[in-house]
Ligand binder design. Structure first.
Ligand code: CA
Length: 222
């Protein structure tokens, strides 16, 4: 297998690299989220990514989300030091396929990697939520306080983009790139028009979609 290990614990990386290489796996390593994204983005033939949660620059969750958002389908095995249910759930929601609690036995790591490699690649669908708003990607369904809301494809995409980065300000250009990925020539005014429609349909939850003057929009998540 061709593997990428993303881990900032140099000792663990050395050990894993040595063991995996002995077992004839090809191993790339990254000690930061930035390196991980660069290597994953430029290596086409990766079979699996072993991803630590605690990285010096960004969390493993963010790395997984970014990779999935960018269309990366490589199976991700997340390493967590804590056996907290919330970590596992967040990891799986972020796009990880499996997780392993540290410290782990090398044989178990191998078994998990083999299982991941056997799985057919799937388009991963997320369930996203903020306050009363919930979005189910697989079913392409949005609800506010449990009541279904009928959104057009673009409205759905814009809401999905905002929900993927709750609390973060997204520029009109970022929303354009996400909702119209094929480079259709549109102006940022188009985004404004769609945000207007989206707010209308979100009803009581409309104020969750906040305008950040001169910059873009933000989904309030509390
Ligand atoms: Ca770490």
């Amino acid at each position: 297998m061709h593997l990428l290990i993303v881990e900032d614990d140099a000792r663990l990386v050395r050990l894993l690299k040595r063991l995996l290489s002995q077992d004839r796996h090809v191993v790339e390593t990254a000690s930061t989220a930035a390196d991980a994204l660069e290597i994953a983005g430029s290596t086409v033939e990766l079979d699996a990514i072993i991803l630590d949660i605690g990285l010096p620059d960004r969390s493993g969750f963010e790395v997984a989300r970014r990779l999935r958002h960018d269309g990366c389908q490589v199976p991700i095995l997340m390493l967590t030091a804590r056996d907290a249910v919330s970590d596992r759930v967040e990891g799986l929601d972020a796009g990880a396929d499996d997780y392993l609690v540290k410290p782990f036995a090398y044989d178990e790591l191998l078994a998990r990697l083999r299982a991941l490699a056997r799985r057919p690649p799937t388009r991963r669908a997320a369930r996203l939520a903020a306050g009363p708003i919930a979005l189910d990607e697989a079913k392409r369904r949005v609800t506010v306080d449990g009541t279904s809301v009928d959104l057009s494809q673009r409205e759905f995409s814009i809401l999905e983009c905002l929900l993927r980065r709750p609390g973060q300000v997204l520029t009109r250009d970022q929303l354009l790139d996400y909702a119209w990925p094929y480079g259709v020539a549109l102006t940022p005014n188009t985004v404004e028009a769609y945000i207007h429609l989206l707010r209308d349909k979100l009803g009581a939850a409309a104020d969750r979609v906040e305008t950040v003057r001169g910059v873009g929009y933000r989904l309030r998540d509390d």
